[in-house]
Design a protein around this ligand. Structure first.
Ligand SMILES: *[C@@H]1O[C@H](CO)[C@@H](O)[C@H](O)[C@H]1NC(C)=O
Ligand SMILES: *[C@@H]1O[C@H](CO)[C@@H](O)[C@H](O)[C@H]1NC(C)=O
Ligand SMILES: *[C@@H]1O[C@H](CO)[C@@H](O)[C@H](O)[C@H]1NC(C)=O
Ligand SMILES: [Fe+2]
Length: 474
């Protein structure tokens, strides 16, 4: 009798899982013209003072969050690459020494691009820092994450395809009011490659100043998109990712990666894997080998949350970039399922979309099911390529909405993922709505590793069913 009851409950859960109809929001809005903000706008203002540091940005500098990598540009002369820092404002008891580099891009000559590693920091601590010389020195602060711990709570923001338009500004300002501590950036930073010749470098510089109000104070975990490739033979610029690699250092060596383009870090209770969609990734390539090893280093007892960032979405139902993720999917999807990745964030498509937990890994060209099916070990795939760049929104979704697509809307915004403990995280997508930030899509993300360890009793089944019926629980 009890067995029978359990069986019917299971059947019911399965039915609800696969029977969820997705939602296509009819809301689309481009509030501002999709043009870049003019260079003389105050958002791009050059800081006062001779050779004052500009374009300040920080990122995690090691594997576990006890180091910060600080980078900035001085326009006129190298000046110093040192960072003075300490635990109280204006009192800098420590000094770290960095280095600088510079590059040319066609006729453009970059400023002096500095980087400096502060390591051996304390967890969960606010540090103040100062860079630059004399009257032109500038000061900022940052907070280190909590110690890597399975129940460390932490709030991440997710931004993609940002650019430097009025919509980009709206996204950035909404994000800065979200209370999130670190940005997981899913690629396509400045859209400087939409310019030609000298202006490519100029728009990298303006973007660096544009995002500084956030990037100087908060870690942004960087990833590349197609707009970072900058393969421009017409002006003899053919080194892939040149501007990005000079400007946005990453802590790739800490995860034994051999390229700054793919790497991983651990932060609070999350293990974050950054993949490069525009670098070789098929079997036997360096990225493929690295990822195979890195999955072995994931310890869900220390970092319950396993998050993957990559630019191209695998489960996208927008007309824009439809199927572009297929090559990546055929190589990596089986690993995502095997290792129970909790969530994959992507960008590229200039709209928002969230999938159900689905996989499509049984088909092998000669046999097997070729369709995506509900899969409790599969990640949720979320596309947030809606930062607001000058290419505009991707407003055309495929009709009908495929079964794998849970929610989709063509407007600008950003997401937050608020990890509460090892089992629960709150997820929100926030639309930019006439200057206001509106929470549209939200759900509770249950951890795939710890969630499945919960005792399967009648009450739990009951609550699963009730939750499924009321909101989109993933
Ligand atoms: C880098 O800066 C040095 C010193 O100002 C200058 O001599 C050199 O030409 C620059 N190199 C590039 C690649 O711009
Ligand atoms: C292909 O799929 C079939 C059916 O699922 C399976 O029996 C076979 O072993 C698979 N072959 C390979 C090479 O994976
Ligand atoms: C995690 O947080 C959720 C929501 O606050 C709570 O219901 C749950 O019991 C917590 N789990 C653990 C293992 O502490
Ligand atoms: Fe893109």
């Amino acid at each position: 009798m009890l067995l029978h009851l359990l069986f019917s409950l299971f059947a019911f859960v399965t039915f609800i899982d696969s029977g969820n109809a997705g939602v296509t929001s009819s809301f689309t809005r481009g509030e501002f013209p999709t043009v870049d903000i003019p260079l003389d706008n105050e958002v791009f203002a050059v800081p006062k003072g001779y050779n004052a540091p500009q374009q300040v940005h920080i990122t995690q500098g090691d594997y576990d969050g006890k180091a910060v990598l600080i980078s900035w540009v001085t326009p006129d002369k190298p000046g110093t690459s040192e960072v003075r820092y300490g635990l109280s404002e204006g009192k800098y008891e420590f000094t770290a020494k960095g280095s600088f580099t510079n590059y040319t891009f066609y006729t453009y000559k970059s400023g002096y691009i500095h980087k400096c590693l502060l390591n051996g920091l304390q967890y969960d601590t606010k540090y103040y820092y100062e860079i630059g010389d004399g009257d032109s020195a500038r000061s900022f602060w940052f907070e280190t994450p909590p110690k890597v711990d399975p129940d460390a709570s932490y709030k991440f923001g997710i931004i993609g395809d940002l650019g430097q338009t009025y919509d980009s500004l709206s996204t950035l300002q909404h994000y800065m009011n979200s209370g999130a501590k670190t940005v997981l950036f899913v690629g396509d930073l400045s859209y400087a490659d939409r310019y030609k010749y000298h202006n490519v470098g100029v728009r990298w510089d303006s973007w660096g100043r544009f995002v500084e109000p956030s990037t100087a104070y908060q870690t942004w975990i960087w990833n590349t998109g197609n707009h970072e490739i900058e393969y421009m033979p017409y002006m003899d610029e053919v080194t892939m990712f040149k501007s990005y690699l000079y400007r946005y250092p990453t802590p790739y060596q800490a995860s034994k990666s051999t390229s700054p383009l793919w790497y991983s870090i651990r932060r609070a209770s999350a293990h974050i894997i950054v993949l490069s969609a525009y670098s070789p990734f098929v079997k036997y390539t360096p990225q493929w080998k690295w990822l195979r090893e890195e999955f072995k280093n994931v310890d869900r007892k220390k970092t319950p949350w396993l998050i993957v960032l990559m630019h191209v979405p695998i489960y996208n139902s927008n007309v824009a970039h439809f199927m572009e993720g297929e090559s990546l999917r055929s190589v990596f999807e089986a690993w995502f399922v095997e290792h129970k990745v909790d969530v994959v964030f992507a960008g590229h498509v200039h709209a928002y979309e969230r999938s159900y937990r689905v996989s499509n890994i049984r088909f092998n060209i000669s046999s097997g099911d070729p369709y995506p099916v509900p899969d409790k070990s599969a990640p949720v795939y979320i596309t947030v390529g809606d930062g607001g760049n000058q290419e505009g929104l991707a407003v055309r979704f495929r009709d009908p909405q495929p079964d794998y697509s849970a929610f989709r809307e063509a407007s600008y915004g950003h997401s937050t993922l608020e990890i509460q403990n090892r089992t629960h995280a709150l997820y929100h997508w926030n639309r930019n709505d006439d200057g206001k930030k509106v929470k549209i899509d939200s759900f509770v993300l249950h951890n795939l590793y710890w969630g499945s360890r919960r005792k399967l009793n009648k009450n739990r089944l009951r609550s699963v069913i009730l939750n499924k019926a009321s909101t989109a629980q993933q």
